[in-house]
Design a protein around this ligand. Structure first.
Ligand SMILES: Nc1ncnc2c1ncn2[C@@H]1O[C@H](COP(=O)(O)OP(=O)(O)OP(=O)(O)O)[C@@H](O)[C@H]1O
Length: 357
């Protein structure tokens, strides 16, 4: 059992987890690693009924409570069209004494990658304004639904916003999602990823925090700046939490953005939460209502994602080819006193089926 595994007093609890999350009644395979977070690795896989899926290998030995909470929120919100659909969670017993108990959380596969990756691999790290509006609109729809159900996501940021291959927008990572207190409508734990956190959700020394659904709206405003300018405010500054607390609300830096976009960001980034717009109100903001037809934007994004994907594949193959070339060169230089001329290596690689560039 790993050192971080909580001591489980009741064996029954363990038994009940395997009872609640029975193994799939068919095949669930995992192949390519898609990403990794604090909860565990995420693989591309195949589900016997759902076809291609994403499988999040959540480590329950490390933090059972938060994994089970994430599953319950996925169950609750996974039916919304802007949330990666939830297809089930399956218990996986530790393989040996050193491995952990896992819950295999099966989700809709988002083959277009994350918004974070898209921003970083787009030239100038800046997205078109209409694309930014479209992403915000889709995230706002998910947030309106979550907030109506008196919950907060608390981790809205570009790595948690995914695209399908068709350019649809899906929210992931409900690990920090929380039900608001039924009496007060507030949340009292300071949680989130600091660069995207609303000022009221950041703990000031010695003072308790209390915040509501508006914390997600602030994070969306920061994500909008990220899409426009390639990075969050205070990206390379320290300490970020003090800067968020003590400075005026961040704004778009460039003067080239439209008035509608500037006003949208301002409505998301009001430091006073009661003045900050709600998801429902923002869906009526002209930046959103005056967007071109969704079909048009989605087609543009789909094409862009394909170009990025092709570029990455090429780069990946090229990387593999260079690695093989170096390996072959070192192997041959070991056998023969002289290093083989590059052309011979290239010929050998062609024989091995590597494409030429
Ligand atoms: N449904 C999905 N389809 C495709 N890729 C996914 C999917 N879900 C997650 N990923 C990939 O796996 C990564 C980690 O996923 P996720 O954010 O859910 O994990 P986490 O452990 O909760 O992360 P964190 O530590 O940031 O909270 C994502 O950034 C993304 O690249």
């Amino acid at each position: 059992m790993p050192f971080w595994a909580p001591q489980r007093k009741q064996q029954a609890e363990c038994g009940s987890l395997s009872e609640t999350y029975k193994p799939p009644d068919g095949r669930l395979t995992k192949d390519v690693l898609l990403g990794e977070g604090g909860t565990g690795e995420v693989f591309k896989g195949r589900h016997h009924r759902k076809g291609v899926v994403a499988v999040k290998m959540a480590n329950i030995s490390r933090d059972e409570e938060s994994v089970c909470r994430e599953v319950s929120f996925l169950r609750k919100f996974g039916g919304h069209k802007n949330v990666a659909a939830f297809h089930g969670a399956y218990y996986s017993a530790p393989l040996n004494e050193c491995s952990s108990e896992l819950l295999e959380i099966v989700l809709e596969y988002c083959g277009g990658g994350s918004l974070h990756d898209m921003i970083n691999s787009t030239e100038g790290q800046s997205l078109r304004e209409t694309w930014i509006g479209y992403v915000c609109q889709e995230v706002l729809k998910a947030l309106k639904h979550i907030h109506k159900n008196r919950a907060v996501h608390r981790d809205i940021k570009s790595p948690n916003i995914m695209f399908t291959e068709k350019g649809k927008v899906k929210l992931i990572d409900f690990g920090l999602c929380w039900d608001l207190d039924p009496q007060t409508g507030k949340c009292y734990e300071s949680e989130g990823t600091v660069h995207w956190m609303a000022p009221e959700a950041i703990r000031r020394r010695g003072k308790p925090v209390a915040y509501d659904t508006k914390c997600d709206i602030w994070s969306l405003g920061i994500t909008a700046i990220e899409m426009a300018e390639g990075e969050t405010p205070y990206a390379n500054q320290y300490p970020v939490s003090d800067l968020i607390l003590n400075n005026d609300a961040p704004e778009l830096q460039s003067k080239t953005w439209s008035q509608n976009f500037v006003s949208f960001v301002k409505s998301c980034l009001e430091k006073e939460p009661s003045k900050r717009w709600s998801a429902e109100e923002l869906l009526q903001h002209p930046f959103i209502t005056e967007l071109p037809p969704k079909k048009t934007i989605r087609a543009e994004i789909k094409k862009h994602l394909q170009v990025l994907q092709n570029h990455l594949t090429k780069k990946g193959l090229k990387g593999a080819a260079v690695w093989t070339m170096k390996k072959l060169q070192s192997a041959w230089s070991f056998c023969t006193p002289q290093t083989l001329p590059e052309q011979s290596v290239a010929e050998q690689m062609a024989l091995e089926g590597f494409p030429s560039y």
